[in-house]
Design a protein around this ligand. Structure first.
Ligand SMILES: Cc1cc2nc3c(=O)[nH]c(=O)nc-3n(C[C@H](O)[C@H](O)[C@H](O)COP(=O)(O)OP(=O)(O)OC[C@H]3O[C@@H](n4cnc5c(N)ncnc54)[C@H](O)[C@@H]3O)c2cc1C
Length: 142
């Protein structure tokens, strides 16, 4: 595999080529390419479960060639941070101290639900666009 990659990378800059050359095979992690159907995102409540949520490739796996996975993961993170911050910006009612843990749990849950609501259509559009791009590249042969 290394020989194959080095052959394909012969046109890269010397620095990039050196990185590939110095990378040992046991430092690589292989994962199967996955597809999440856009309908799966719209029809099922599967972005958030209780106090956990999906972000990045786990939410919208894409092929690396379109250079969008990292950008979309950053977008998820910004929206997630905003949604959580908004729920925590509401002042705690007096007399709530003994129920602090429940209150935090509920706020996180509310924040995550808001995140799922805000991201659902965006993720749907991203996945549809990705499928179209892959199909277009295949048909056009580039
Ligand atoms: C060759 C290539 C080129 C790319 N080019 C671009 C580009 O130009 N622009 C762009 O926007 N995107 C690009 N991407 C996509 C981008 O890298 C990914 O979409 C992005 O890294 C996804 O971030 P993530 O945090 O969701 O997942 P990851 O970055 O994959 O992070 C997941 C982390 O979880 C860890 N992990 C896995 N399983 C476990 C476990 N059981 N327990 C603990 N930890 C675990 C992994 O080790 C990893 O560190 C490219 C991808 C590839 C492969």
């Amino acid at each position: 595999m290394k020989q194959f990659v080095l052959r394909m990378a012969s046109n890269l800059s010397k620095e990039a080529y050196n990185i590939l050359q110095r990378t040992s095979l046991d430092s690589l992690y292989c994962a199967k390419l996955k597809l999440r159907s856009p309908l799966n995102i719209l029809m099922r409540d599967n972005i958030v479960k209780r106090n956990t949520c999906l972000v990045g490739d786990a939410l919208h796996p894409m092929t690396p060639d379109i250079g969008q996975g990292g950008c979309s993961a950053s977008e998820d993170s910004v929206v997630l941070a905003r949604c959580i911050a908004e729920t925590f910006s509401i002042k705690l009612p007096t007399g709530m101290l003994e129920k602090l843990e429940d209150e935090f749990y509920n706020r996180i849950k509310v924040g995550l639900e808001k995140y799922a609501k805000e991201r659902r259509w965006r993720i749907f559009n991203l996945i549809v666009l990705h499928i179209w791009l892959v199909w277009h590249k295949k048909v056009m042969g580039r």
